[in-house]
Design a binder for this molecule. Structure first.
Ligand code: PEP
Ligand code: MN
Length: 346
């Protein structure tokens, strides 16, 4: 439930609410705005409990949160969540672009790609070191060696790193290298993993499951938020439908729906949602026009030789052209691209 305080409510009255919530075994989250204070209370908030709060001094209104997800809901937090990742802001008015190969393959591959995407205007580098592959015989990623190469690419370009973590016991290790922990589509409902990244306090990019509803995605985000980790971005990466012309079907609807239901930033992955490089730019442009706060795009210097997802990877030149188009669309809808950080001094 939300406890909306009177504009004149004083600190003592606010403290009393938090204390009462504590005494009832409920969690209180304070949001002190310029005009009014709203206290989100999570736990067993049946009508009799709501009534108790309603009668307390300074309370204007007690509103139940109707959604099954609480901390993730717009009801709980009307204003957008925005946070910084190593100097750039996600979830604000400006759009972020994360780019890089599907997998880290070698030093030259990741460093070359990092320089190329950085020059094109990307804000962060993606690259998988632990890869969730459909076949156990496919390339599984370089593991720790891949994380070390990502660290080198970061050192050279200054780009923060987005990389996937697949198992709860690997969260600590991956978090030593990653600026953002990616939860892949196949792990969206891996609850021990969600608990572990919630505990880590690292920013998280949570991808929508292959056949998950938006409410299920939001419930998974709720797991992470419920541990006190508020730096969560959601990622639409296409869903399984009857259509076979593309690898997945981009659910463009998800963008405005999520933006209305949650305050969390929404990122679109047009690479996995289409599965073909020829369609990536069109869908990326559509996503930004639809209100996405950012894009995550696969880029490879030599897609034909890529060890994973080459078919959907853009060559650096095509990616650079796309960034220009995204900048124009962002401007047309009253937004812009986040200004890239300066190159590190070597
Ligand atoms: C990826 O980002 O390379 C990936 C495996 O994505 P998804 O989990 O969305 O399939
Ligand atoms: Mn991929």
């Amino acid at each position: 439930m939300l406890i909306i305080m009177n504009a004149q409510a004083n600190q003592k009255q606010i403290d009393a609410i938090v204390k009462r919530a504590d005494a009832l075994g409920l969690q209180a989250h304070l949001s002190q705005g310029a005009e009014r204070t709203v206290i989100g209370v999570i736990g067993d908030t049946r009508p009799v409990v709501r009534g108790q709060f309603q009668r307390m001094a300074g309370v204007r209104e007690v509103v139940p949160i109707t959604k099954p997800y609480k901390l993730a809901s717009r009801e709980f937090q009307p204003q957008d969540t925005a946070f910084s990742i190593d100097g750039f802001r996600v979830g604000g008015p400006q759009i972020v672009i994360i780019a890089g190969p599907c997998s880290v393959e070698s030093r030259s591959q990741i460093v070359e790609t990092a320089h190329a995407v950085r020059e094109a205007g990307a804000h962060a580098l993606r690259g998988g070191a632990f890869k969730p592959r459909t076949s156990p015989y496919s390339f599984q990623g370089l593991g720790v060696a891949g994380l070390e190469l990502l660290a080198e690419a970061r050192e050279e370009t200054g780009l923060p790193i987005v990389t996937e973590v697949m198992a709860p016991e690997k969260v600590e290790l991956v978090a030593q290298y990653a600026d953002v922990l990616q939860i892949g589509a196949r792990n969206m409902q891996n609850y021990p993993l969600l608990h572990a990244v919630g505990e880590s306090r690292h920013p998280v990019l949570l991808k929508r499951g292959l056949s998950s509803t938006l409410d299920e995605l939001l419930m998974s985000a709720e797991y992470i938020l419920s541990h006190g980790n508020r730096r969560v971005m959601l990622c639409e990466r296409g869903i399984r439908t009857y259509e076979t012309a593309t690898r997945n079907t981009t659910d463009i609807n998800a963008i405005p729906v999520l933006k209305s239901r949650t305050h969390l930033p929404v990122i679109l992955d047009p690479s996995h949602s289409t599965g073909h490089w020829e369609y990536v730019a069109a869908v990326a442009r559509a996503g930004v026009a639809a209100g996405a706060d950012g894009l995550i795009i696969e880029v490879h210097p030599d897609p034909a030789q890529a060890l994973s997802d080459g078919a959907q990877s853009l060559k650096p030149e095509r990616f650079a052209k796309l960034v220009q188009q995204i900048a124009a669309i962002a401007q047309a809808i009253g937004r812009g691209l986040v200004t890239p950080a300066p190159l590190p001094v070597m």
